[in-house]
Structures are given as C-alpha cells and as structure tokens.
Design a binder for this molecule. Sequence first.
Ligand code: FE
Ligand code: FE
Ligand code: ZN
Length: 282
Amino acid sequence: MLKIGCHLSFAKGFLNMGKEAVKIGANTFQFFTRSPRGGQAKELNLEDIAAYLNFAKEHEITQILAHAPYTLNSCAKEEGLRQFAYHTMCDDLERLEHIPEAMYNFHPGSHVKQGTEIGISYISDMLNKINEKGYSTMILLETMSGKGSEIGRNFQELREIINQVENSSHLGVCLDTCHIFDGGYDIVHGLEQVLEEFDKSIGLERLKAVHLNDSKNELGSHKDRHEKIGKGNIGLDAIASIINHPNLRNLPFYLETPNDLEGYQREIALLRKLYRENKSLD
Ligand code: FE
Ligand code: FE
Ligand code: ZN
C-alpha cells in the first residue's frame, strides 16, 4: 500500500491533522513543528497527543514527519544563530519523544560565504551535540536545490555531514524530488543512475522519506519552486516511476505541492491510481 500524505497545518493540533489526513485519503502527513519563521511552539497538549495516537492506530496512519522551521541555520556565522537552531531543534525533539514513529526533517543550512567545509563542520557539531541528549527520533537531512549557499546541494555534502557525526545511527536523509531535480540530478531520464549515485555516496539504507514535488524550473536551475504533481518539468511519468521504483516504493511520500486540501486529495487519489500494488514486494 502506498504510504502517502501531504503537508498539513499544525494549528489545530495532532488529532485534527489525523482527521484531515483521513479525509483526503492520506495515511501519513508532514507538519511544521512551529511557525516556519521560528518562534515559540504551542504548549504541548498531551490529551491531544493521546487522542491522536488512538486515532492514528485505528486509521493506520504511520511515519508522520515533523519539519523544523526552515529559517533555522545550524551553520550560520553568528554563534547566537547556531545556538538558536540547536535549542529549537532540542525543544522539537523533546516534544517528539511523545510520538513514537515520528521522524524529524531539517534543512542543513546556508554557509553564507564561510565556505562549504566550515558549514558542514558546524552542522555536524550541532548534530553531535544533539546526540548527547539521547533522543530516540530519527533525524533526516533534506536534500536541497543549492540555491544561494545552501549545504546539501549534492549527495556528497550530506555524506560529509554524516561522516563527521560520531554516532549516526539516528541520522537519515529525506529526498526532495523538486530539490534534487533543481540541483541537477536528472530523475526524469536517469532515475536509476541518480539512485545508484545516492547509494554510492550516502547509502540507500539512509533514505527514509521522500518529499514528492514537481518543479516549476529546469533541471539544474538551483531555484526551488515546487509545482503541482504532473504540472512541472518533472512530469507525471517520472513521478509514477519514482513511487513505483523498487528502492523507493515502500518509503513514505509527502506532497509539498502548492495546493489546498482538495488539491492534495486529488493528487493523492491520482498517485494511488498510478501505484502498482505488488504483494511480493510489499
Ligand atoms: Fe523542507
Ligand atoms: Fe521539501
Ligand atoms: Zn523546497
């Protein structure tokens, strides 16, 4: 069974997100842990979480993905900004301890003229510090499009981060199809080679989630503008190959396409139709 959902608003809590997911035919979802611009997270509501966990079990919602605010920069030049990223992520991970099976995704950051090497060392320093806390949640590094000075513009940069983390057993990768396409990986004509490259540099066993997005821009544009499924330069055929690929088909897919809930519902229905159920592989 295809594990698919979309980005939902956390504003009304976990139970509400679970209900929305079921309403649109999703069996997982993603949400921002707090306003994407950073800021205070809502008070943890343990009743809401308990109600959600019951609901999720009943409706087979699994592998939900918490997304860190995208304004955090764990490799900023200014120490205060790096500290802020660290404390915010610790606070998020502390909360996620209440939700077994959730994963936590973050953008590695932008080195802003400090250079890739320094950027990577700051990011892994932070991850090493987070490790000392002993959280149980799987942390995912997102593949980025390489706009500006983003770290994670290719698979090797993520490999470098992982290499510099002492205990990386809780570290994985979330592959964003729009980002890697904009980053220059031709998943339209060479999905097989791209996945081979991923396997060689990072290892496919690290791949834990897919952000399923079409792209408004061209291959290698380094732009990062998501498009609706089938309406962009990746296109429906390539997206069908992605969700059916033997190395990807059992991963959770999260839509981050420009859509309202009905739009997401239509995309999920479309993708379920394109998914080839294959008992022997599941
Ligand atoms: Fe993201
Ligand atoms: Fe993404
Ligand atoms: Zn993006």
